[in-house]
Structures are given as structure tokens and as C-alpha cells.
Design a binder for this molecule. Structure first.
Ligand SMILES: [Zn+2]
Length: 192
């Protein structure tokens, strides 16, 4: 019955990114569907977040999903000019992936694509955010000239958005699949 309800829900949107699809294929349907369902239903933990990382040939891809609370300090549509400015400033910072993520310099990675989504960035008053919770979902794609040198990824995300305390990480690299957790005092992801 739960599955049926989820799919009849008009808010339910299939918007798996390429990375999520890869993880879905790798880690199994059940896990991914449940996390997607939780996200759609706004079940997130303020201060937390999820980061999916895939290293494939010369590309480094990341999907970041964090509560809007971590980014702007609120989860409702901007109600005044100050909130609108805060929203624009914070989403610009989030888009600047080469400041948030610092791959090993010798890997010579360049940020090529960013895609950002949030109910808070939609122009029309939206119902998702009014129900109480909203996320930022951001995809980043880096191209690395020297992928063999890609040994680590340092996150300045915790400094730029201090309300973010920890991130659950799932990753697929040439070394295999693994999951870990990053925190503000442990912001470096080992990729090898
Ligand atoms: Zn929330």
C-alpha cells in the first residue's frame, strides 16, 4: 500500500540523475527508491546531507543533496528582499563547485557542468516548500586531465555552509564502491 500511495502522489517526480542511476544499479533498487522516497516526502535531517561520487575515466561526478536549512537557514519560499538576496547569494556559492570541492591539484580537474535544483529556486509559489521542507540538489561534473592523480577530494562546503555538519557519502571509483561519512573536522574524501 505504501508503494501505491507513493506513486499516486502527484508530487512524486522521477528525476534520477545519471549518478543516482549508477548507484541505483550498483547498490540496489530498494535502497535508492527508499532514499528517493524519503527525499520526496521531505524526510531529511537538518545539518546532514548526501553526496554521491563517481569517478569514471577522466570524469569526476558528484550529486549533492542537502536541506535548504543548511544552505540559507530557511526552507520556505523567500518572503522578502533580504531572504531573496540570501537565496541568490547562497545558490551562487553552491554553483561554484570548484570552490566547494577541491580535487587533488595534480589531477588538473576543471568544473565543466553544474545543475542546481530546489523548490526555493522555482519562480512560482510552490507547494513543496510550503509543506515545510526543501532541499538543494546539485550535480557537478569535473573533467580531469590527469585522473590517475585524483587521490582525494577536499570539501570546503562545511566552511561555506557552517550549518552543514555531516554528509553521508557513497562513491564508486576505479578502486571499488564504498560508503563513508564526512564531517566539518574530517572534510577530506580519499578516492583511492
Ligand atoms: Zn527541513
Amino acid at each position: 500500500m505504501k508503494e501505491l500511495r507513493c506513486c499516486l502522489n502527484r508530487r512524486y517526480k522521477m528525476r534520477y540523475s545519471k549518478i543516482t542511476l549508477l548507484l541505483l544499479l550498483t547498490f540496489g533498487m530498494v535502497l535508492s527508491v527508499h532514499s528517493e522516497e524519503n527525499r520526496q516526502h521531505g524526510v531529511h535531517e537538518h545539518g546532514g546531507g548526501q553526496l554521491n561520487v563517481v569517478v569514471e575515466k577522466n570524469t569526476l561526478m558528484m550529486d549533492l543533496s542537502i536541506p535548504a536549512m543548511n544552505v540559507v537557514g530557511f526552507e520556505h519560499p523567500a518572503r522578502n528582499d533580504d531572504e531573496q538576496k540570501q537565496l541568490e547569494h547562497s545558490s551562487d556559492l553552491l554553483r561554484d563547485g570548484s570552490r566547494i570541492f577541491m580535487p587533488s591539484p595534480s589531477a588538473k580537474c576543471v568544473l565543466e557542468q553544474v545543475k542546481i535544483e530546489s523548490a526555493l529556486l522555482e519562480t512560482h509559489a510552490n507547494h513543496d516548500a510550503e509543506e515545510g521542507h526543501a532541499d538543494f540538489d546539485v550535480s557537478y561534473l569535473f573533467a580531469c586531465a590527469e585522473p590517475m592523480q585524483l587521490k582525494s577530494l577536499t570539501l570546503t562546503l562545511f566552511k561555506m555552509f557552517p550549518l552543514t555538519e555531516h554528509l553521508q557519502v557513497q562513491m564508486i571509483t576505479p578502486a571499488g564502491q564504498t560508503g563513508t561519512e564526512l564531517e566539518s573536522d574530517n572534510p577530506i574524501l580519499n578516492l583511492q
